[in-house]
Design a protein around this ligand. Structure first.
Ligand code: UDP
Ligand code: MG
Length: 312
């Protein structure tokens, strides 16, 4: 029989985890394959891990993985996916924003031969207009900049086939922008449209600062465009400065030059200084990332792993 593992990263989700599992379990019961659920505790500070262990006691399909601390969702997901031995894996959020009821459709498409079946959001309920607007702007910028086209309005909710999982396992970069990596894998990919529900319980772990950093990670991991941008801004400024220089020189030759010229001097100095700082900053972003990669640290550390103790 085919096997399926559902990977659920969770950080401070104790409030809603039982409801989540109940809804997920119902969907899995209806599938004609052997399924299990891997809960990854990403260093939660509440009793999420205790709830997971309790769920494992009640349901033989449940396994738990506890990370040594909070590594962030991308790494929690990586840790979970690394532990999957099944023929396919599903990635789903623990807050019921991704409806588990979509899983049978994912499985069906997988059986039709697709390697990556991903949920694309037609709507996002329960999120502020600002969040929706920034998210949409981000996806549009990514689309323009990234060499790997990253599908719009798509989260991490998806199914991955065995060979997609094996491919992902070979990608060991540290700044992991999972949405991009899932797409980078290629093979046969298929979107499934769904409506995103509001969070069931608890609150989002993403404030705008975290989202901003996430966006920078996404862009720098999948695009060198900002580096080019720095070059072009530099070139454009140099061209302007050259023209301006000619004009100043001409003026001085024709009219002579008493000491005036302080404003234009300041403008040039400040403008060039600003442009140089921006360019250095952009280079710094990439250099900083190279630095992190060069340290070759492990991506995450596991505290405890408990495989399922029965069933399928
Ligand atoms: N999550 C995680 N580690 C973190 C932050 C979040 O494992 O450091 C999990 C979280 O428990 C949830 C999923 O990632 O299952 C999505 O997080 P959230 O719902 O806060 O993000 P949003 O839906 O608001 O983008
Ligand atoms: Mg959520």
């Amino acid at each position: 029989m085919q096997t399926l593992t559902v990977v659920v990263p969770a950080y401070n989700e104790s409030e809603g985890l039982r409801d989540f599992h109940a809804r997920l379990a119902k969907v899995l019961d209806g599938l004609d394959l052997a399924s299990d659920v891997l809960y990854v505790d990403d260093g939660s500070r509440d009793d999420t891990y205790a709830v997971m262990c309790a769920l494992r006691e009640q349901d033989p399909r449940v396994s738990t993985l506890k990370l040594a601390r909070n590594f962030g969702k991308e790494l929690a997901l990586t840790a979970g996916l690394d532990h999957v031995t099944a023929d396919a894996a599903i990635v789903i959020d623990a807050d019921l924003q991704d409806p588990p009821e979509l899983i049978p459709a994912f499985v069906q498409h997988w059986r039709e031969g697709y390697d990556v079946v991903y949920g694309t959001r037609a709507s996002r309920a329960g999120e502020t207009r600002f969040k929706k607007a920034t998210a949409s702007a981000f996806y549009r910028v990514m689309e323009k900049l990234s060499q790997t086209p990253i599908p719009r309005d798509t989260g991490d909710f998806r199914l991955l086939s065995r060979r997609a999982l094996d491919a992902l396992k070979q990608v060991r970069e540290r700044q992991r922008f999972m949405k991009g990596l899932f797409t980078w894998v290629g093979y046969r990919q298929l979107p499934v449209v769904y409506h995103r529900d509001p969070r069931h319980a608890g609150e989002t772990k993403w404030n705008y600062w975290r989202l901003w950093n996430f966006a920078i990670d996404g862009i720098t991991s999948f695009s060198g465009a900002p580096l080019k941008l720095a070059t072009y801004i530099g070139l454009a400024t140099a061209a302007l400065a050259f023209v301006f220089g000619l004009w100043v020189l001409g003026k001085a030759l024709v009219f002579g030059d008493p000491v005036r010229g302080y404003p234009s001097l300041m403008v040039v100095v400040l403008l060039l200084g600003g442009v140089q700082l921006v360019a250095l900053g952009v280079i710094g972003e990439y250099l900083g990332r190279l630095y992190v990669e060069s340290k070759q640290r492990p991506l995450y550390l596991v505290d405890e792993y408990h495989p399922p103790h029965g069933g399928g």
